[in-house]
Design a protein around this ligand. Structure first.
Ligand code: AMP
Ligand code: MN
Ligand code: MN
Length: 316
């Protein structure tokens, strides 16, 4: 399938992704936007997304993202990237009213939504999948930069097991465009502000291991976030740091989003399918990286997650 065949007669296109967008979501949305501007120079193309973290300012035209929504508009085509429609947030009415809805994603938990459903769980990232739907001759350095950011963020810089030979081939095609990939990796993936480093240290310090040290959990409260003056985006990477502890097979990190409400992130070395655990609580993701939102006290939430994990580790 080629993307252009699905959108060639569209006069208006909207592109969106999930709430609290990560690097793959931002890279995919922007990569597709920049690509379609070249493919459909006469079309009106809009992007709807929560404001991305400042690290993504290196992506060209990132300022075109609309984070305020005029939900009365009816688009010819609406793209849902890196999620299904239930995580669109405020952009959801625009998905509902669009004439044609296209879903492109790589989450194993995604049943697919809309009229055209391209969900390939074997793909490292939505950005990788998008590359293979694009006409290579229409990709330029700006599109390439955005897609590359998507790929490196969902693969931990081509390191996680979701990295396939095809992922590396595509990454190799992309860096031929000549952007400074080393700088992009450092500035968007590894570099942390001082407060980001402080709160990560605090979360690691207060972490607790359980289930014979095979699991680890930590939590950041609203009070802690206020104290360090951090936003949820500043907490990226903490759960991966917890999983890096020797002997740990499953890491859980949560932060308080409201009264008795937590955003949960889970990571696994492969033994535990954390997407299956997250799906019990209305979330989803991948075998080794998944998330959900849970209501209840911190300790109740750990206990409830632990039941699903223990079953898989044969500890139940
Ligand atoms: P996170 O822990 O938020 O970085 O998410 C890990 C993976 O799970 C990412 O691929 C997310 O897109 C996915 N994910 C996180 N939360 C949810 C959710 N509530 N529903 C479906 N997928 C999720
Ligand atoms: Mn994502
Ligand atoms: Mn993704």
């Amino acid at each position: 399938m080629r993307l252009i065949d699905e959108v060639s007669d569209a006069a208006s296109v909207a592109i969106s992704g999930h709430i609290r967008p990560d690097g793959d979501c931002v890279g995919s949305v922007m990569g597709l936007y920049l690509y379609l501007k070249k493919e459909l120079p006469k079309a009106e193309i809009d992007i709807y997304l929560d404001k991305p973290a400042d690290i993504f300012d290196c992506i060209s035209h990132i300022e075109d993202i609309k984070s305020e929504f005029n939900t009365n508009k009816i688009y010819d085509v609406f793209f849902v990237l890196d999620c299904e429609d239930d995580r669109l947030g405020n952009a959801h009415p625009l998905f509902e009213s669009a004439r044609k809805r296209i879903n492109i994603d790589h989450h194993i938990s995604n049943k697919g939504c809309g009229d055209v459903r391209i969900v390939e769980p074997d793909r490292s990232s939505t950005a990788e999948l998008l590359y293979d739907l694009m006409r290579p001759e229409m990709i330029d350095i700006e599109v390439a930069t955005a897609l590359y950011i998507g790929i490196i963020h969902d693969t931990g810089v081509l390191r996680y097991s979701n990295t396939s030979p095809r992922t590396l081939q595509i990454a190799s095609e992309l860096i031929k465009f000549g952007f400074n990939f080393s700088d992009i990796i450092q500035k968007t993936f590894y570099e942390k502000t001082y407060v980001q480093t402080q709160i990560m240290g605090r979360a690691v310090l207060e972490s607790v291991r359980f289930m014979h040290n095979r699991c680890i959990v930590s939590m950041v409260s609203r009070r802690m976030m206020d104290f360090y003056q951090v936003t949820p985006q500043d907490l990226d990477g903490i759960v991966n740091q917890l999983l890096a502890v020797k002997g740990v097979e499953c890491a859980i990190f949560m932060y308080e989003t409201g009264t008795l409400e937590y955003k949960v992130s889970m990571r696994s070395d492969g033994k535990v399918d954390v997407a299956a655990v997250a799906m019990r609580f209305g979330g989803g993701g991948h075998v080794r990286a998944a998330g959900c939102t849970m209501n209840g006290t911190y300790h109740d939430n750990i206990n409830n997650l632990a039941i699903g994990i223990a079953e898989q580790l044969d500890l139940a």
